[in-house]
Design a protein around this ligand. Structure first.
Ligand code: G1P
Length: 295
């Protein structure tokens, strides 16, 4: 049984084409797009570290990602000479979050394939997957809760949110049953991006997973699905329906704040919301926005 093996590893896939943000993402992964003053992926790395995960693995199709989390002696020296302590600290902080390991996905063959590329590094242990498109409010402890549910159930755990039924076709969708006396649910089945009329519920999968390593064997056998990509949702559906070791999928229904940076409009909303909460300029920004809207 893998149940009980501590969870220490986080896989943060970052090898997509970023087509929705072209041309900004031509030479830079979309996970490097700034959200106020940090690249989106740094929020996700910080969340993983805060949840106690110490071994981080991400994709490396573009150098900028690796450089961001590495030391930058020239820049550090220049800031030191200027006496710019705050900026120096912010630059050094990003390189102290690690250790971060990198794996090349080669081709963008889907989220399931990206997770499969991590198999060797993860080995036979449960592990977390965090998608850079979803930013979870720093005040929340969703991932920690999911890790606890994984340890308790020995299966795989997904995060779900309730969405407007008209939006469900943008997400993986879960059919669930409540588990008496528990704050998690059992996932009966999953379907990737169903048509609105075919969706079994309005519960959408968001980008946090805590997976049993049995998922790797399943992913190896999973045929390309929606969009001709190897879908993580399809592998989880197999685990939800299966009975062997590592089968069983559970869900944590998240009610807290989540910021979607996956498309242009929601990205802009995320940036404005988070910027308006910054002590240094949040109030000024809100005052300006009121005037802007009224003008
Ligand atoms: C992926 C998953 C989907 C999930 C979504 C959450 O889709 O395949 O099941 O609902 O992330 O952000 P993507 O948004 O990468 O197309």
């Amino acid at each position: 049984m893998t149940t009980g093996k501590a969870i220490t590893k986080a896989v943060i896939p970052a090898a997509g084409l970023g087509t929705r943000f072209l041309p900004a993402t031509k030479a830079m992964p979309k996970e490097m797009l700034p959200v106020v003053d940090r690249p989106a992926i740094q929020y996700v790395v910080e969340e993983a570290v805060k949840s106690g995960l110490t071994d981080l693995l991400t994709g490396r199709n573009k150098r900028s990602l690796e450089d961001h989390f590495d030391r930058e002696p020239g820049l550090e020296r220049a800031l030191e000479l200027k006496g710019d302590k705050d900026r120096l600290e912010s630059v050094q902080y990003a390189s102290e979050l690690g250790p971060i390991h990198y794996v090349r996905q080669g081709e963008a063959k889907g989220l399931g394939h990206a997770v499969l590329c991590a198999a060797q590094h993860v080995g036979d242990e449960p592990f977390a997957v965090l998608l850079g498109d979803d930013l979870i409010d720093e005040a929340e402890d969703l991932l920690t809760t999911m890790m606890e549910v994984q340890q308790k159930t020995g299966g795989s755990v997904i995060a779900l949110i309730e969405v407007d039924p008209a939006q469900i076709s943008a997400y993986g969708c879960a059919d669930i049953t409540a588990v008496e006396g528990e704050d998690y649910v059992r996932v009966n089945s999953l379907v990737e991006k169903p048509a609105v009329g075919d969706a079994p519920s309005n519960l959408a999968v968001i980008g946090r997973y805590v997976l049993h390593p049995a998922v790797f064997g399943i992913l190896e056998e999973t045929e390309p699905g929606r969009g001709n990509e190897i879908q993580l949702t399809d592998a989880l559906q197999t685990l939800a329906a299966g009975e062997g070791e590592g089968s069983g999928v559970y869900g944590v229904v998240f009610k807290g704040r989540r910021f979607d940076t996956g498309d242009k409009l929601s990205y802009l909303k995320a940036v404005i919301t988070l910027a308006s909460e910054r002590v240094e300029f949040g109030e000024d920004l809100k005052t300006w926005m009121k005037g802007f809207v009224n003008s």
